[in-house]
Design a protein around this ligand. Structure first.
Ligand code: HEC
Ligand code: HEC
Length: 293
C-alpha cells in the first residue's frame, strides 16, 4: 500500500509542478504604456491578420464581414473548434476588453480570466505583432458593430478538452523569434512581418508534427494536408511563379494558368487584395526568397 500512496503523491507533485511551469503567461498594462492608438493602421492590421475571415458569420460578405459574431467551425485532429463572438457586445463579445486583454490573448494566448486559449486562435503567429499593432487593432475593433449571438462550445476529445493541456503545447512550440533570418532588406522585413506574423500563412502551408507544432527549417511553408480532410495546402517553396505572378494572384486570385484561388485561400486573397500593393509585393518577395536556412 505504501508504495502506491507514495506513487500517487509523486504523480500529484509532478502534475502540479507541470501545471505551474506551464501556467498561462500575461503582461501588465506597462507593455502598452505611452502608445497612442491609430485606428487607420489598426484596420490594416485587422485585414492583414484575417480576423474577420474566422470570426464573421460563415459566408458573410461586404459590411457583414465586420460583424464578428463567430460560429464558424474549424476541424482539427483534436476535435472541432468554434470561433467565438468577438464583436463589441460587452456580454456576448469582447466590448469590455482593454487593449492589454487583446495583447495577452494575441501574444500569450491567455484570456482575461487567466486561462489558456487554444492555438486554433493563431497566436503562434500573432505573437510576432508589436505592442503598437495590438493597440491600433484594439482601437479599430472597438469601432465595429455589436452582436448578441452567444459563442458556442468547442467539440474536443479528451485530454484536449482540458484547457490546461495547452500549457504543454505552448512550452514546446510557442516561440516569438523569426523563421527567415539573415540580412533582409526593408521589403523582405515587411514580407516576413505579414507571412510569419499577421497573415499566419504557415498555419496552413507548413506541415505539423504529431503534437500539432509547426515544423520549421527545411519544412517551413512546404505544404501540408488539410485537417478538414479535403485536399492539401500547396507547397510555397517549390512554387515557381514569378514575383509578378504572385502579386497578380494576391490581387485578383488568378494563377498563371488562370485558375482562381479556392477554399480558404479565397478569403486570404480578399484580405491581401485590400492591402496596399507594396504589401503584396513584399509577400511575393518573401515567397521568392524561400527556402529559409
Ligand atoms: C484561423 C481562425 C482564427 C483567426 C484567423 C483568428 N481567430 Fe480569434 N479565435 C479563433 C478561435 C477558434 C478562438 C477560440 C479559442 C479558444 O477558445 O481557446 C478564437 C478566440 C479569440 C478571442 C477570445 C475571445 C473570448 O471570448 O475569449 C479573441 C479576442 C480573438 N479570437 C480575436 C482575434 C483577432 C483580433 C484576430 C485577428 C488578429 C483573430 N482572433 C483571428 C479563431 C481565429
Ligand atoms: C486557412 C488556410 C490558408 C492560409 C492561412 C493561407 N493559405 Fe495560401 N492556400 C491555401 C489553400 C487551400 C490553397 C489552394 C487554393 C486552391 O487550390 O485554389 C492556397 C494557395 C496558395 C498559393 C497558390 C499556390 C498554388 O500552388 O496554387 C499561394 C501563393 C499562397 N496560398 C500563399 C499564401 C500566403 C502568402 C498566405 C499568407 C498571407 C497564405 N497563403 C495563407 C490555404 C491557406
Amino acid at each position: 500500500m505504501r508504495w502506491l500512496i507514495s506513487f500517487v503523491l509523486l504523480a500529484l507533485v509532478v502534475g502540479a509542478l507541470g501545471l505551474w511551469l506551464t501556467r498561462p503567461g500575461t503582461d501588465g498594462p506597462e507593455v502598452l504604456a505611452g502608445l497612442t492608438p491609430d485606428e487607420t493602421h489598426g484596420e490594416t492590421v485587422f485585414i492583414a491578420a484575417g480576423c474577420a475571415s474566422c470570426h464573421m458569420a460563415k459566408g458573410a460578405s461586404g459590411e457583414g464581414k465586420l460583424v464578428l459574431t463567430g460560429g464558424q467551425s474549424f476541424p482539427s485532429p483534436f476535435g472541432t473548434f468554434k470561433a467565438p463572438n468577438i464583436s463589441t457586445s460587452p456580454q456576448a463579445g469582447i466590448g469590455d476588453w482593454a487593449a492589454i486583454d487583446m495583447w495577452n490573448a494575441l501574444h500569450h494566448g491567455t484570456s482575461p480570466e487567466g486561462a489558456h486559449y487554444y492555438p486554433a486562435l493563431p497566436y503562434g503567429a500573432y505573437i510576432r505583432m508589436t505592442p503598437q499593432d495590438v493597440v491600433d487593432l484594439h482601437a479599430y475593433m472597438m469601432t465595429l458593430p455589436a452582436d448578441e449571438t452567444p459563442s458556442q462550445a468547442h467539440d474536443l476529445s479528451f485530454p484536449f478538452s482540458i484547457r490546461a493541456s495547452v500549457g504543454a503545447w505552448k512550452a514546446l512550440f510557442l516561440r516569438d523569434d523569426w523563421v527567415m533570418t539573415g540580412d533582409l532588406d526593408d521589403q523582405l522585413l515587411r514580407g516576413r512581418e505579414i507571412v510569419e506574423g499577421l497573415g499566419h500563412c504557415a498555419e496552413c502551408h507548413t506541415p505539423r508534427n504529431a503534437l500539432g507544432g509547426l515544423k520549421t527549417g527545411s519544412d517551413w511553408l512546404t505544404g501540408a494536408p488539410n485537417p478538414a480532410g479535403r485536399g492539401t495546402f500547396p507547397d510555397l517553396v517549390e512554387l515557381d511563379w514569378s514575383e509578378g505572378e504572385l502579386v497578380e494572384y494576391f490581387t485578383s486570385g488568378f494563377t498563371p494558368e488562370f485558375d482562381s484561388a479556392g477554399g480558404h485561400m479565397a478569403l486570404v486573397v480578399e484580405n491581401l487584395a485590400a492591402l496596399p500593393v507594396e504589401d503584396r509585393e513584399a509577400v511575393a518577395a518573401y515567397i521568392a526568397a524561400l527556402p529559409v536556412e
